[in-house]
Design a binder for this molecule. Structure first.
Ligand code: ADP
Ligand code: ZN
Length: 437
């Protein structure tokens, strides 16, 4: 196989040099972090008062972990390391989880991010002759603009299609001769179902590759998408705290995701003890960003579970590879690519007086897509045999939930006291979707 590298010197840099580069970048990131109120306090407590207190990469262990709650507590500007007038953009994670975690970018931060993204896209075999249809949500979500800028950086013709509306997506593919797609894996599967329904001939399309990410999926799902759509599917991993997509990506070997170690330091720890796992073992991924001046984030607990490959990749890149992320160690649900916390649902339904004391969240597969059903008990004052107020209540719950979580759920009303009750801790979520391998 012919491999192509956008930054060959860095991508194939001997590991020793790469680690030396990391150390320099880590020192700089520490210097930047010390300008934020949050890290100034945290780091000085840990005895780190200047960049010179970091002497070797092992000193990383002296830096305390940063959690999503820390980021929330620091909202809105507690993690900002540059004057506000130097900030040119912000992104936020889901944005619907109460206090959003907000990430700020300077002009050079955006340039760096686009560079990493371009490295991923080019490394997957694309070039400026490609037409790239970005079928993912734009807006605060980093997937849209992240891929958009990366695509432009490679010189592809970028179509900012956005998510949804399969009919329009097919039309654009045909009109513009799209060769590369980006979407969530579930949307790619959905697209295929719709393709059959709409009678769109595969031969009328020029698609060759698809980037799939933002949610966990199995190797079987990749194979299914590849077989059905006749495209090469590449796994894309990222999170808003670390810029967004462009953190780790598959090369043409499609055997694990290279994490760009000149931009991110990766550790894998046991989520309970926070001690490093043995090489190749599964644990929680911890990330430190080395390429951002506006919002430094050190040793971030991603909650994502993965492991390192222990062997180098055939493509010649020296940056380590992560295995497919199998899920998160906390309870966040990803439904058709949208992140939802059960507590958000609880907040909505428990705030309504017509709703009873028990509820259950059910997530299942409906064809290629995920389906969310919220089962709630009704308050004992409401009678099950009077359908008018019940229908009105159903609609109200539906609308309020949709406004809060951006997903249209099914709502089922149950008689007070009829939903299962568990001993000890309540089991609120029943997720019957096949687990990833
Ligand atoms: P939030 O921070 O609210 O979760 P993000 O959009 O930043 O919102 O989501 C990032 C998360 O999405 C990751 O931490 C991970 O759990 C999940 N994710 C992203 N890409 C992948 C992927 N390729 N495989 C599995 N999970 C992924
Ligand atoms: Zn490789």
């Amino acid at each position: 196989m012919e491999f192509q590298y956008r930054d060959p010197e860095i991508e194939k840099m001997p590991r020793e040099e790469l680690l030396a580069l990391q150390l320099q970048k880590l020192k700089t990131e520490i210097e930047i972090a010390l300008r934020t109120p949050f890290y100034k306090e945290r780091l000085s407590k840990a005895g780190i008062k200047s960049r010179d207190d970091i002497r070797t990469l092992d000193d990383l262990n002296r830096i305390p972990f940063t959690t999503k709650n820390d980021l929330r507590d620091g909202f809105p500007y507690g993690f900002l390391a540059i004057p506000k007038e130097e900030v040119v953009r912000l992104h936020a994670s889901s944005g619907t989880t109460g206090v959003p975690t907000t990430i700020y970018f300077s002009r050079s931060d955006l340039k760096n991010w686009a560079g990493f993204m371009a490295r991923c896209i080019y490394g997957a075999g694309c070039n400026k002759t490609d037409v790239f249809q970005n079928m993912i949500t734009y807006g605060l979500f980093t997937g849209g603009l992240g891929f958009h800028q990366g695509g432009e950086e490679v010189g592809m013709l970028v179509i900012p299609a956005g998510a949804g509306n399969t009919g329009r997506q097919f039309k654009m593919m045909q009109d513009y001769g799209t060769t590369v797609l980006h979407a969530t894996p579930s949307f790619l599967l959905h697209l295929e179902t719709k393709m059959k329904e709409a009678g769109v001939e595969r031969e009328s399309l020029s698609i060759k590759r698809a980037f799939a990410g933002a949610e966990p999926y199995s190797e079987d799902t990749r194979k299914r998408i590849e077989a059905l759509l006749k495209v090469d599917v590449y796994n894309s991993y990222g999170l808003s705290e670390m810029n967004g997509p462009g953190v780790a990506f598959e090369c043409q070997c499609k055997a694990g995701l290279h994490i760009w170690e000149d931009g991110y330091m990766a550790e894998i720890v046991n989520p309970d003890t926070l001690e490093p796992v043995k090489d190749g073992e599964t644990g929680e991924l911890i990330l430190t960003i080395l390429c951002r001046e506006a919002t430094p984030i050190l040793r971030y607990r991603t909650r994502d579970l993965t492991s390192f490959y222990t062997q180098p990749c055939e493509c010649g890149r020296t940056h380590r590879r992560l295995r497919r992320i199998t899920g998160r160690s906390d309870d966040m649900l990803i439904i058709n690519g949208v992140n939802v916390f059960p507590s958000q649902i609880e907040e909505v339904i428990m705030g309504m007086k017509e709703v009873g004391n028990n509820y259950l969240i059910v997530v299942e597969k409906d064809g290629a897509l995920d389906r969310l059903t919220v089962k709630t008990e009704i308050s004992a004052e409401i009678f099950m045999d009077d359908s008018r107020p019940l229908n009105a209540l159903k609609d109200k719950i539906k609308e309020t939930l949709q406004a809060s979580i951006s997903i249209n759920p099914r709502v089922e009303l149950h008689e007070s006291g009829s939903l299962p009750v568990t001993e000890g801790k309540a089991v609120r979520v029943k997720d019957t979707r096949p687990k990833d391998v």
